[in-house]
Design a protein around this ligand. Sequence first.
Ligand code: XIL
Length: 341
Amino acid sequence: MNRREFLLQSSAVALRPSITGGQGLRDQGKPYGTAASSFQLRDGDFAAALAREAAILVPEYEMKRGVIEPSPGRYDFSGVDKLLAFARAHAMQLRGHPLVWHKRNPDWLTEVGAESQLMGYISQVMSRYSGQFHSWDVVNEAIDVTAPGNLRQTIWLKRFGRDYIDIAFEAARAADPEAMLVYNDWGCELGAPDNDRFRAATLDFLEGARARGVPIDALGLQGHLGLSGPQVDQAKLAIFLDRVKAMGFKILITEHDVDDDGGAADPATRDRQVADASRRFLDVAAPHAVAVLTWGLSDRYLDPPSWRQKLMGWSPRRLPLDASLARKPLWTVLSKELARH
Ligand code: XIL
């Protein structure tokens, strides 16, 4: 064993105990991360797989406002703090997600009264973790090409008008001046006519934000794909990403997965279909991205199969590791894409 191998091995032992199986996705080059939840950390094998594979974690659920602020002004950071402690112990970073969204808000938040219900929340949450996070999804899924002005009708839009996005990013910059601030959305990846409109609306939005000096650093592409329905249009996606980059925005892939519903019954064939769909996306998007995250690491914690899937005798297989934590063809695609750039 040479010195480098020795150091690699001893740091792997120190940071990631009881792990075998060689290098993980975190060691390939470009940073890889995944959504996770604090309850999963009690599953020893799973926690070891997280530590082996991921350099970034994002709370899948525990940073939704409904969890963080269950009643007005009462904050519960316990889930995020557990993830943060785990992340620190394994030399990982956390992403913040999402500060402003139209879903998973607390039941009491049906309309916005005081202005501080937007800015106050952002500064409470971000200043608690100031300087410690990889990046923050400040506003999530605000664009809706079926709505007037292409902006989703939300309690925020109703209260502040279209300025709410600017206000949110400004509050975020003030709370953590060094943080990477991300606008995150899902409509830009595919080739359907709706997605053409979505890409155009996103470019308009980003251009306007630049012109107004809104502190947005990056665009987050969620990257939720599926085996049925519209597929990635590589040419359109490439043109879109070039334009986003030309405006000076960074790009992140924030929630990638491939819904395998509608795929082959045979699991091995379906795994290849999932991997191929991912490759078509990552071939174009990964070179532009500063990090690639999937929406979960293993099929172990996916929602249970639907009745239709149960009757067909199969369970969902949309993530890099299967339910027993074995690496799937999607893992191999990710490892190559992360290593390539
Ligand atoms: C989802 C979680 O996966 C679910 O567990 C939760 O019930 C709802 O939120 N886009 C997003 C994520 O930005 O926050 C969503 O996560 C998935 C879609």
